[in-house]
Write a new protein. Structure first.
Length: 231
């Protein structure tokens, strides 16, 4: 597998912010009743939704260790995260996150086996209590009101390093931008199972709620929003 087939996965996931719903959505119910199965079995119900999925599952399994990891993850569990971090046209994380955001939760049913697998994995991983960053090349400041509670319903990729966001492929240094400064309590560290092990990606699980603590407009076009995770 070549990196140029995949693109800059982490950068694209860090920017996946603009379609979070404003209205309150119902919880995801039902996936927990499903059995824990292999990655190949978990993706069968969604093969018609994600192009070339079988091919990328093969790559994810091939690039994941068959030995039990230091976090007690099996081969399939490691590969489930690896698959999530891979990028191709209409890739798994893009379609999954797009399905997590609509009001009609019935659309998630084909994803239940994969959700059971990847959420089981993520609950095993060490959590981080830290300040994280995420951004987008849009002005979202009007959608976040100080003191209010907001919810991100998709898997949310964040970073501990502002440098990751400095490239023009990411947030960049000029133009209209919104930078989220996030006080996180339950971020899951997926770095060593990611396709890009050198990029310190931290994943927030769906749904994650925040209180909007403050907003700042320190430079033309740059909006900084301070969020604090709440339970």
């Amino acid at each position: 597998m070549h990196d140029d087939d995949l693109g800059d996965c982490t950068t694209k996931r860090l920017l996946d912010l603009k379609n979070e719903p404003i209205q309150l959505l119902s919880p995801i119910e039902g996936y927990g009743n499903h059995p824990l199965v292999s990655l190949e079995e978990a993706v069968k119900p969604i093969e018609h939704l994600v192009p070339e999925l079988e091919r990328w599952v093969y790559f994810a399994k091939h690039n994941s260790s068959q030995q039990l990891s230091s976090d007690s993850l099996t081969h399939d569990e490691q590969a489930a995260i690896h698959l999530y971090t891979m990028e191709w046209n209409e890739c798994s994380y893009t379609v999954l996150n797009r399905t997590l955001r609509p009001k009609d939760r019935r659309q998630l049913k084909p994803w239940f086996l994969y959700l059971k697998l990847i959420l089981t994995v993520l609950f095993k991983l060490p959590s981080v209590f830290d300040v994280l960053y995420r951004g987008i090349k849009l002005d979202l400041s009007q959608e976040y009101v100080e003191g209010q509670i907001c919810t991100w319903y998709a898997f949310s990729s964040c970073t501990e390093s502002l440098k990751v966001l400095e490239s023009e492929q990411s947030l960049g240094k000029t133009g209209t931008r919104t930078l989220f400064n996030i006080q996180c309590e339950n971020g899951e560290i997926i770095q060593k199972y990611s396709h890009y092990e050198t990029e310190a990606e931290i994943l927030l699980l769906p749904p994650t709620q925040f209180q909007v603590k403050s907003k700042l407009n320190p430079a033309p076009g740059l909006h900084i929003i301070h969020l604090k995770e709440v339970k």
